[in-house]
Design a protein around this ligand. Sequence first.
Ligand SMILES: Cc1cc2nc3c(=O)[nH]c(=O)nc-3n(C[C@H](O)[C@H](O)[C@H](O)COP(=O)(O)OP(=O)(O)OC[C@H]3O[C@@H](n4cnc5c(N)ncnc54)[C@H](O)[C@@H]3O)c2cc1C
Length: 404
Amino acid sequence: MYKVGIIGAGVGGSYLSHLLSKEGVDNIVFDFRAPHEKLCGGGVSYKTIARFPILNELSCLKKTIWKTNFISPKDRMIKVELEKPITIFNRRDLDYSLLKKSMESSAHFRKEKVHAFILEGGHWRISTENGDYKTEILVGADGALSRTRRKLRAQSMKGDYCFALECFLDVQEDSVTYKFFPDFGGYLWAFPRVDSLAIGIASKHRKRKNYKVMKERLLRFIERYYPGMSKTISVRGAYIPFFSAKDIQDMPICSRNWALIGDAASFVEPISGEGIYYAIYSAEILAQCILEKELALYQQLCMKHFGKNLVKASQVFKYFYQAEFMEIMIQMAEVSLLARRIISGMISGSLDYLSWKSRFRKEFFKILGDFIFNADITIKKEIVTNLFKLSPKYYGLFFRNKIS
Ligand SMILES: Cc1cc2nc3c(=O)[nH]c(=O)nc-3n(C[C@H](O)[C@H](O)[C@H](O)COP(=O)(O)OP(=O)(O)OC[C@H]3O[C@@H](n4cnc5c(N)ncnc54)[C@H](O)[C@@H]3O)c2cc1C
């Protein structure tokens, strides 16, 4: 009998296994795909590296990026130099390096698919194609479409997904690009990896019609910036859980002998789609709860450590992606170094959705000064027109601090 059975050796499951093995907790990890290249930008924010320095110490391929391009819904492009870099990993390397570390300690890994699990006399019987395994605790780390979550009847996730398309180009780049669209609820990214360029697009609107629109936009972007290459690529699709403030308050993600981490618990920041940080962070909190025999505290601790930021991000999501707002942000960044610093802070994670407003308020008059002195009359007119187009409700949400 193992103490902990982990379904999924993605970044969350592998890191959890590593932490438990280090402390001598007997655990077994199942993943029928690992090692594999999960569909993902592979972008890891500076806050993640700063909090989990182990990621930088892994001997795997990664690229450090200091430059970003932002393209507005009206195709206005600005360049922002980052104060703290983004690190971009190949997911196969990242996840597998962590898994290897756990196996070097004492973890057991089975390249098998979990078909079923059942609670029998106080322990779990986990069944794969090769047989049955007994564990005291069961952890669902099986990603966005987690069957563990559905079987445990935990968090309801009806309709709460973003859909993403991604492909890889044989191109070397040294800057990350973000492209925004009008009325889209998402964005397009180009993340340079060591050996390729990952270009993807994600949106909350999952209607069939939207899939076509997403693919067209992706191909159009590739044709425009990498002419001729759209014909040679293979585009794949995947779901990203959309974190719901209501779900996390109402639905359990743990009990005394099971828990969900990472995407299986829908811990993805809804505006940026950043999930690696939360998969690792939730794994860390869960490992601590298991070691201290306080599994029931796991959900509460996740809310305390990072949940409020996710709640806030899910509340401002639809306002954030309003075309006029994106246009104003990019226009302001064009004329104001301070606005560019705020954007850089949001990308690195030093400013989260709870703290960026107070930074903005602190710098407001300086940014206003930049607007008055640096913007030409056309930009001034456009910014003011866009400001008038934003609904009053919008201002309320962005400038109120309280989370309802
Ligand atoms: C297109 C796209 C781009 C993204 N870009 C970024 C980005 O740039 N930065 C970022 O921070 N986040 C990004 N994300 C989100 C990020 O990929 C996820 O949040 C993160 O991978 C979650 O890690 P996880 O360990 O919870 O799950 P996963 O990494 O999905 O791992 C789950 C594992 O479980 C295994 N599994 C599933 N079912 C079973 C079973 N029955 N038995 C055994 N094993 C099973 C799977 O094979 C898989 O390896 C992106 C997501 C997508 C879809």
